[in-house]
Write a protein that binds this ligand. Structure first.
Ligand code: G3P
Ligand code: MG
Length: 247
């Protein structure tokens, strides 16, 4: 994941979500084919405590089902079609478990697991799964819920965590210091990160991964400002830029 300090990472948002249904095996496969360095995905807990990959709390937007993910069992979730809403060619895609994604994505590709659920049970379940699948070195766990991340990092100090935020913070380095535990990466909204903050965070030892950047001009601007990676729905676009202008 840190294979080259000088080349910013191409991070596929929800897989290659611009070209395939988000958070599905098809989107993850496409992202890998397009040469991404890392995949960002969102996780929730099902009613029977499976870690499943889905952005929304409800199944409604991205499947043919309806209702809260946390109130459905894995068996119920597996019956849902998670691809047809995007395009008929993706009919039959399913909501994957995180374990299935670990099996699908080569270990050379990092995984940024964004915790959408704030249920404390996910801390132990996630740590155990990451260890069982030998992914400790290749995942970063991020969340807007910094308290949950703090609890996770306290329980599992060897796991990498990243702070997500979507505000123009007065002092992001101070946020890291106040967190009090090791913060591997900062994940700002791309339009709300000042150039000097990128430099300050990097000097403080954090990776900086802005989200979600789809416009090539914005990508170029951020690359020139020294970000460590970019989260995008179009990993192929960023890959092309990375190939031509920053290597
Ligand atoms: O992790 C970056 C980004 O995914 C955060 O927002 O809503 O796309 O999960 P969202
Ligand atoms: Mg996300």
């Amino acid at each position: 994941m840190d294979r080259d300090d000088h080349r910013p990472l191409v991070i596929a948002h929800r897989g290659a979500a611009g070209q395939a249904p988000e958070n599905t095996p098809a989107a993850f496969r496409l992202a890998v084919e397009q040469g991404c360095d890392m995949i960002e995905l969102d996780v929730q807990l099902s009613a029977d405590e499976e870690i499943v990959v889905c952005h929304d709390f409800e199944a409604d937007r991205t499947t043919n089902g309806s209702g809260l993910i946390r109130e459905m069992t894995l068996e119920e979730l597996r019956r849902l079609d998670a691809g047809a809403w995007f395009s008929p060619e993706y009919a039959g895609e399913r909501i994957p478990t995180l374990r299935e994604v670990f099996d699908l994505v080569p270990s050379s590709v990092g995984i940024n697991i964004e915790l959408k659920c704030s249920d404390n049970r996910i801390i132990h379940l996630l740590s155990s799964l990451i260890r069982a699948c030998g992914r400790t070195e290749s995942v970063v766990i991020s969340s807007f819920d910094h308290r949950l991340l703090h609890r996770l990092k306290t329980a599992s100090p060897d796991l990498r965590i990243g702070l997500l935020y979507s505000a123009n913070l007065l002092d992001p380095v101070k946020l890291v210091r106040d967190f009090g535990l090791d913060v591997y990466s900062m994940h700002p909204h791309f339009a709300l990160i000042e150039p000097e903050d990128i430099a300050a965070l990097r000097a403080n030892g954090q990776q900086v991964y802005p989200w979600t950047v789809n416009d090539p001009e914005a990508m170029k601007r951020l690359l020139a400002r020294g970000v460590s990676g970019i989260i995008t729905d179009y990993p192929d676009r960023l890959r092309r830029l990375a190939g031509s202008s920053i290597e």
